[in-house]
Each structure stands twice: as structure tokens, then as C-alpha cells.
Ligand binder design. Structure first.
Ligand code: A3P
Length: 291
């Protein structure tokens, strides 16, 4: 846990992130050329990182022994000093709340959100497989569900973080808000919209509808390819149990076989509350079955 002036009490972070590392992350001064990939964990961050990496490299995928986290450093994991030393233009991953994230009006921010019911399922399988996630090594899904709703998971409360970023994305041109479900439905048009937002030299060929490049980006970031690559350590350097891979199932609606009716209704209530505070947030998934 760490402290930050924008929140009361403590903020839960991943195991080894000390207060000192956290402070250096939130005090990082972004360069106008920086691109941040922001998200709540398990919302499709790695998929989006890979898409952005493929766009930047004109469709050259990472190979064996290369790790996505090395080319797109994780702000609060590495600390601000490490990011400062990275070559520009930088792409930086973060799971910070909006108010904690280093801002620069000229830097760009892409935020990806996924429906909370699938997030809690995905987060459970992620957490239960890691030693460093304190008591959850052998915890049950029901235990985990309670922690998720109370905002106790690593990176804090989904129902604070995601709606806040959504609201800010409506107010600021330098934030591009994406949905995991939209990517699942039509990744091609989501990639083109993203390229339009990024809009600088290395995206020009995509914007000009270079079908070959677009197809490479889609193919190399497909679930199948990423699942295979993740076994070679491309996406997650941590050692994970074989039955709990990082690139796990990659579907929408997995919650239907995990959440009880009561749990599903409790999330509906939280979404409705969030919608009252952040208009439109509760409607984001209205076209998708079951939310
Ligand atoms: P599941 O656990 O539901 O399978 P993050 O990168 O933010 O931690 O998100 C991880 C989730 O994204 C996992 O969800 C993972 O399987 C999914 N994912 C990773 N790569 C994907 C891809 N290429 N297509 C679809 N989903 C993907």
C-alpha cells in the first residue's frame, strides 16, 4: 500500500512497489512526445500495448527473448527515473488513477476499459496465480469478488478509476478512450481510429490504408499469436503456473459462468451509481449482451 494526496487512506499497489518508487512515478515530468497507455489491470492493456508497438515498428513483432515491458516500461513498476532515461519518443504503461498520472497537455493518453464483470474474473485468475498477491494464492472467487468491489485489488477501485478516465476523455482531446469489447468486435476499425488519434509520421501508412501493414498488426496481435508468444515470455516475464497463463481466454462474457445472480446485480448497481456521477459510463456496454 502507498499514500497519495488525491486519496484518503491507502492505495493498493503490486507487491514490490514501494512508496519511494511510487513517488518517483507520480512525479515524473512527461515529455510532449510521450504516449501513455493507461488502464485498470486486466482490461486489455497488453493487447493494446502490442498493437501500439506493432504500429510503431511498421508491423515487426517482438521475437523470442524480447519482452514488451522492456519497450513499453511500466511507470509505477520502474519509477520515474528509469522512464526519464528511456529513448524518446516514449510509450509508457500505467495503471494509475487519473489524478495520480503525470500529465502534459501535449502528451497523448490512450485508455482501454473492459466491462467490470469480465474484469473481476480475469483479475481473479491473474491474482490467484501469483505468489506476490498476498493472501490470494489460494483464495476463492467469492473472496476475490468482495475485495474487487471494495476497491482492495492492486490498483484500487475500478469504479473510481475507469469512470474518471472516461469523463476526462470526454473533456480532453489528448485522451483516446477505447473499449476491449469494441476491439473484440472489430479490431480493424479500432486500430484505424487509434492510428488517427496517434497521427504522426509512423502512423501515416496505416492512415493511408496500407492493407498489408494493417493485416500484419491484426495478425501479430491476435489472441492466438499472443497466446503462443506469451509461452515464450514475450508478454509477461513473471513465471506463471502452466494452467494460469497471462494471455488466458480473451473472450467477452466469461463472467456468465463465474458470477452468481447476486454478484452480477451488485456490479449492475455499482455501474448505475457510477453512471449517476459520470453520465454515460453505465451505458458504455449497452450494446453488448448481458451488461
Ligand atoms: P482473460 O483473463 O479474460 O483471458 P491485461 O493485459 O490488461 O492484464 O488484460 C489481460 C486480459 O486481456 C486477459 O483476459 C487476456 O487473455 C486478454 N488478452 C490478451 N491478449 C489478447 C488478445 N490478443 N485478444 C483478446 N484478449 C487478449
Amino acid at each position: 500500500y502507498v499514500k497519495h494526496p488525491s486519496i484518503d487512506g491507502e492505495y493498493p499497489v503490486i507487491g514490490h512497489i514501494t512508496q519511494e518508487l511510487f513517488n518517483s512515478a507520480v512525479n515524473y515530468k512527461p515529455d510532449p512526445s510521450d504516449l501513455f497507455i493507461a488502464s485498470y489491470p486486466k482490461n486489455g492493456t497488453t493487447w493494446l500495448m502490442n498493437i501500439i508497438h506493432l504500429i510503431k515498428t511498421n508491423g515487426v513483432p517482438l521475437g523470442k527473448g524480447q519482452c514488451l515491458d522492456d519497450v513499453i516500461p511500466f511507470l509505477e513498476f520502474e519509477g520515474g527515473e528509469v522512464i526519464k532515461r528511456a529513448q524518446k519518443p516514449r510509450t509508457i504503461k500505467t495503471h494509475l488513477f487519473y489524478d495520480m498520472t503525470p500529465h502534459n497537455p501535449d502528451a497523448k493518453y490512450v485508455f482501454v476499459a473492459r466491462n467490470p464483470k469480465d474484469v473481476v474474473v480475469s483479475f481473479y485468475y491473474h491474482t490467484v496465480g501469483f505468489d506476490e498477491h498476498y493472501k490470494f494464492k489460494n483464495g476463492t472467487f467469492d473472496d476475490y469478488f468482495g475485495v474487487f468491489l471494495s476497491g482492495g485489488c492492486d490498483s484500487g477501485d475500478y469504479f473510481k478509476m475507469v469512470p474518471e478516465w472516461f469523463k476526462k476523455s470526454q473533456e480532453r482531446k489528448n485522451i483516446h478512450f477505447m473499449l476491449y469489447e469494441d476491439m473484440k468486435k472489430d479490431v480493424r476499425s479500432e486500430i484505424l481510429k487509434l492510428a488517427e488519434f496517434l497521427d504522426d509520421s509512423y502512423q501515416q501508412s496505416l492512415l493511408e490504408n496500407d492493407e498489408e501493414l494493417l493485416n500484419k498488426v491484426i495478425e501479430f496481435s491476435s489472441f492466438k499469436k499472443m497466446q503462443k508468444d506469451s509461452k515464450d515470455g514475450v508478454f509477461c516475464p513473471e513465471i506463471r503456473p502452466a494452467d494460469l497463463p497471462f494471455v488466458r481466454k480473451g473472450i467477452t462474457g466469461d463472467w456468465k459462468t463465474h458470477l452468481s445472480r447476486d454478484q452480477s446485480e451488485r456490479i449492475d448497481q455499482r455501474l448505475a451509481e457510477a453512471g449517476r456521477l459520470y453520465p454515460g459510463f453505465d451505458q458504455l456496454w449497452s450494446e453488448y449482451d448481458g451488461l
